[in-house]
Design a protein around this ligand. Sequence first.
Ligand SMILES: [Zn+2]
Length: 74
Amino acid sequence: MSFGDEIVTPVQPYQATKAYVCPGCTAPIEAGTGHVVVVPELAPDLRRHWHRGCWHKEQRRRHGVMRRSAASSP
Ligand SMILES: [Zn+2]
C-alpha cells in the first residue's frame, strides 16, 4: 500500500490546540505537545498526527534501516 511521498510537517506546541491519538503507540498526543503531521501526498485525507519519536521509529521500521554499530570503528 503506497500513497506516494509523505509530507511531514512539524507542529509546534503552541499550534497543537487539540488532542490526537498517535497511530504509532496509540497513546494520546495532548494539546500543547509538539509533534508531527504526516500527510500522504496522494491521499491527503489520511493525515495523521504522530509523536516525533514514534514517527522516527516508524520510518526506521518501514525502511528497515538497521544502523550498524559504530563500536568497531578504530
Ligand atoms: Zn506515539
